[in-house]
Design a protein around this ligand. Structure first.
Ligand SMILES: C[S@@+](CC[C@H](N)C(=O)[O-])C[C@H]1O[C@@H](n2cnc3c(N)ncnc32)[C@H](O)[C@@H]1O
Length: 231
C-alpha cells in the first residue's frame, strides 16, 4: 500500500462543555495541566516531580481509561494529550476523584507535541487507542498512523519502548499493520502481522464500547522499538 507522508493533522477541539467540565478546566489545570511552551521541550522530570518511566496516551477521549491505567500503575507517569476540551475537562474531574499524582494532560495537537515539545528518547510507551479512523479513502492521509509519525515516535521512545495501538475499524487495522510491518525499526511483539490476542492488556475505552455496539471487531497491536535502531 502506498502511503502519503503526513503533512498536517485534522482535529476537533471544541464541543459543548458541562459546567463541571468548564470548572475543572479552570480549577484543576494548575494540578494536572501542561502549559506547553511556544518553543522548546518540556522538562518531564520537572513536570512530574520525579524521574520515572513514562507513558504517552494520544487522543484519550473522555480520559476514563487513561485515569484507570494511571491509578493502577503508580510507578509510571502518564502524559495524556487530547484536543477535545469536554473530554479534557472530564478527564481532569476523574483524575481528581482518583487522587492521581502521576497524570498530566496537554491540550495541543499530539503530532506537534511529539515533534516539538517532547525530549527524546523519553517515553517507555506510546498508546493510541481508537484514533479517528478517517474511513473515506481520500481522507486516509489524515490518519495519525503514518510513516512520518513513526519517524517521530522512533526518536521519542526509549530503546525497547512499546507502541500500543487499538482500532475497531478493520481497514485501519490493516493500514496499521502495513505501516508498522514496513518499518524495520519496529517489531511486532505477537509475531509478524499478528494482533494481540483478546482480551487486550488495557481497560475498555468509550469509543471501543461504541464500536462494539455497532458490531465492530476490535484489534490491538503492540510493537517494540528495536533497541539497536532507537532514534
Ligand atoms: C475516536 S476518539 C478515541 C478516544 C479514546 N481513545 C477512546 O478510545 O475512547 C479519538 C480522539 O483523538 C483525539 N484526537 C484526534 N486527533 C488528535 C490530535 N492530533 N491530537 C490530540 N488529540 C487528537 C480526538 O479529539 C478524539 O477525542
Amino acid at each position: 500500500m502506498s502511503q502519503p507522508r503526513q503533512t498536517r493533522t485534522f482535529v476537533r477541539r471544541e464541543g459543548r462543555l458541562t459546567q463541571g467540565q468548564q470548572r475543572a478546566l479552570e480549577g484543576l489545570w494548575p494540578q494536572f495541566g501542561v502549559d506547553v511552551p511556544e518553543r522548546g521541550v518540556i522538562d518531564l522530570d520537572g513536570l512530574f516531580g520525579r524521574a520515572a518511566p513514562r507513558v504517552l496516551d494520544i487522543g484519550f477521549g473522555d480520559g476514563e481509561a487513561l485515569v484507570e491505567m494511571a491509578a493502577a500503575d503508580p510507578e509510571r507517569d502518564y502524559l495524556g494529550v487530547e484536543v477535545h476540551r469536554p473530554g479534557v475537562g472530564h478527564c481532569l474531574l476523574c483524575a481528581e476523584q482518583a487522587g492521581l499524582d502521576n497524570l498530566r494532560v496537554a491540550t495541543v495537537d499530539a503530532v506537534e507535541l511529539v515533534r516539538h515539545h517532547l525530549p527524546g528518547p523519553s517515553l517507555e510507551t506510546v498508546q493510541i487507542f481508537f484514533p479517528d479512523p478517517w474511513p473515506k479513502k481520500r481522507h486516509h492521509k489524515r490518519r495519525i498512523i503514518q510513516p512520518a509519525f513513526l519517524d517521530l515516535l522512533a526518536e521519542r521512545l526509549v530503546p525497547g519502548g512499546a507502541l500500543h495501538l487499538a482500532t475497531d475499524w478493520a481497514d485501519y487495522a490493516e493500514w496499521m499493520l502495513d505501516t508498522l510491518e514496513a518499518d524495520a525499526r519496529f517489531e511486532n511483539t505477537c509475531g509478524p502481522r499478528a494482533f494481540v490476542p483478546p482480551p487486550p492488556p488495557r481497560p475498555q475505552t468509550k469509543f471501543e464500547r461504541r464500536g462494539l455496539r455497532k458490531g465492530h471487531q476490535v484489534h490491538d497491536l503492540i510493537y517494540r522499538l528495536r533497541p539497536d535502531t532507537a532514534g
